[in-house]
Design a binder for this molecule. Structure first.
Ligand SMILES: C[S@@+](CC[C@H](N)C(=O)[O-])C[C@H]1O[C@@H](n2cnc3c(N)ncnc32)[C@H](O)[C@@H]1O
Length: 256
């Protein structure tokens, strides 16, 4: 028997979404604020019924917030992680506004697997720092082709300005001090969250496969917001600048 929170597997997908959110918030306490501004900018630039590509969607965090706020929106989520995609697919099972695609964003042909050639908005969060600068630039070229003229790309991520090393070090020390305290209060970090997922009867298999694909975590770069903006302009966007930032994170918007 299923209820509002569970589906045919009997898994409580909403509980997995909540525990994923708590784990991610341990790293980014202002994560929800970042999503809220992202959706404000979606509304401002492409309206309230956009076709969205949730790039490196994980559990579908952006898609969930998008559809709660804009019920007429549609979303394609793309990711490579079989466990996070299992949670995403379980969460949105039966919702015709949403589809998911398994693809490696480093594969030159990844976009061929998408159901559409063009999107009003391509949105991504806490993901592109898994790529090194060269594959990131190639990806930005592909994203520029997928965004329609007048459409937007937004990337919310940790972006480091290495011209300010003393500010960065002080900010990092404070952030990590707060994370240490939250951990003493019971927060789960990335490794601990995956340990729990690996013990779940439904997620154990996909979790083992995701460790074969990525190991603990892929290795990448964290360029500054200015560098992200420059590459996006080089790849075909006409305007690009931050629309929000915290001491550690930036939400960068590029307009085609
Ligand atoms: C920290 S999670 C963030 C997920 C989601 N955007 C969120 O904010 O909750 C990073 C995601 O990027 C995805 N990712 C990293 N490299 C990727 C690649 N080369 N191809 C596809 N997905 C990738 C991972 O699988 C993971 O789901």
């Amino acid at each position: 028997m299923t209820d509002a929170r569970t589906t045919t597997t009997g898994t409580d997908w909403a509980a997995w979404q909540e525990s994923w959110d708590r784990q991610q918030e341990w790293y980014m306490p202002d994560r929800e604020e970042r999503f809220r501004i992202m959706l404000d900018m979606v509304e401002a630039l492409v309206g309230t019924a956009p076709r969205v590509l949730d790039l490196a969607c994980g559990t579908g965090s952006i898609t969930a917030r998008l559809l709660r706020r804009f019920p007429d929106a549609t979303s394609t989520g793309v990711d490579l992680d079989p466990a996070l995609l299992a949670i995403a697919r379980g969460t949105f099972e039966g919702d015709e506004r949403v589809s998911f695609v398994t693809a490696d964003l480093k594969d030159p042909d990844w976009a061929a697997a998408l159901p559409y050639d063009a999107y009003d908005a391509v949105l991504t969060a806490t993901a592109l720092h898994w790529l090194h600068s060269e594959p990131l630039a190639a990806l930005y070229g592909q994203v520029a082709e997928l965004v329609r003229d007048g459409g937007v790309f937004m990337n919310a991520d940790h972006m480091i300005d290495d011209t300010t090393p003393r500010i960065n070090a002080a900010e990092r020390a404070q952030r990590h001090g707060r994370m240490d305290q939250a951990k003493r209060d019971g927060a789960l970090d990335w490794a601990e969250w995956w340990e729990v997922a690996g013990q779940d009867p439904v997620l154990a298999g996909p979790t083992a496969r995701r460790f074969e694909i990525y190991g603990e975590h892929a290795d990448g770069d964290m360029p500054s917001a200015a560098r992200h903006a420059r590459v996006l302009r080089e790849k075909g966007f006409t305007e690009a600048r931050p629309v929000w930032c915290s001491p550690s994170d930036t939400l960068l918007l590029a307009l085609k």
